[in-house]
Design a protein around this ligand. Structure first.
Ligand code: AP5
Length: 218
């Protein structure tokens, strides 16, 4: 079984879309901090309440809350795909320490390189199944029936933070707080690979599978 992988990229770069593909084809476990936080909010937990205003503004939720939440997800079989985590250098350092404590190797990171101009169109057209986290795009990756999930037949929704002003804020936050992780993973153990995230879903999946070396792992 391959090791743990961090999917690193701007909002809309396609991390969730690709995580879903790798999960289905190679049996990875997906840990998406965005999906976990939305679940906490839907269930009205203390963490969900604490995270709400940060998420509505497009800001990051404080590191201490995120690290505690992820710690609870690390037990379990199989390699993990971290989707949307870590997002700050302290989160990356904490993840390395948590995995080392559990005798797991350090994760490798895949950076999804894409121009900012392409991201807004992806986020404005996104539709999500809130129960499973599966994502579609009304133009680039549409469901068979508009507004309905192909898999479970349930309704698709648009995320509250996919509005132009919140998208702009999230992209600024990514640039300032998460981009330094590209250097972190390159410089701490040469653990970074980059994929060109501007192509089609299939094209990016092909590059990603090659980059993490699982093409013969079926
Ligand atoms: P989160 O849910 O993680 O959102 P995000 O990082 O902003 O990422 P997205 O889910 O928007 O994008 P994605 O890269 O997964 O793209 P997708 O595959 O959906 O975080 C939300 C909030 O939670 C944050 O703002 C923050 O407040 C908080 N949070 C979460 N984690 C945190 C952390 N670690 N620390 C602190 N706070 C945290 O694709 C986007 C669209 O494009 C879809 O419609 C898709 O169909 C389409 N698409 C995908 N690939 C392609 C392609 N190749 N070509 C054309 N269209 C494509």
């Amino acid at each position: 079984m391959p090791g743990d992988i961090v999917l690193l990229g701007a909002p809309g770069a396609g991390k969730g879309t690709q995580a879903q593909i790798l999960r289905q084809r190679f049996g990875y476990r997906q840990v998406s901090t965005g999906d976990l936080l939305r679940e906490h909010r839907a269930n009205g937990t203390e963490l969900g309440k604490a995270a709400e205003s940060f998420m509505q503004r497009g800001d990051l939720v404080p590191d201490s809350l995120i690290i505690k939440m992820v710690e609870g997800e690390l037990e379990g079989p199989g390699a993990v795909l971290f989707d949307g985590f870590p997002r700050t250098v302290p989160q990356a350092q904490a993840l390395d320490a948590l995995l080392a404590d559990r005798g797991r190797g350090l994760p490798r990171a895949v950076y999804f390189a894409i121009e900012r101009a392409a991201l807004e169109a992806r986020l404005l057209g996104r539709w999500t199944n809130p129960r499973t986290g599966r994502v579609y795009h009304e133009t680039f990756n549409p469901p068979r029936v508009a507004g309905i999930d192909d898999e479970d037949g349930g309704p698709l929704v648009q995320r509250e933070d996919d509005k132009p002003e919140t998208i702009a804020k999230r992209l600024d936050v990514f640039q300032a707080q998460t981009m330094p992780l590209v250097a972190y993973y390159a410089e701490h153990g040469d653990r970074l690979v980059t994929v060109d995230a501007t192509g089609s879903v299939e094209d990016v999946a092909h590059q990603l599978i090659h980059a993490i070396g699982v093409e013969h792992a079926h």
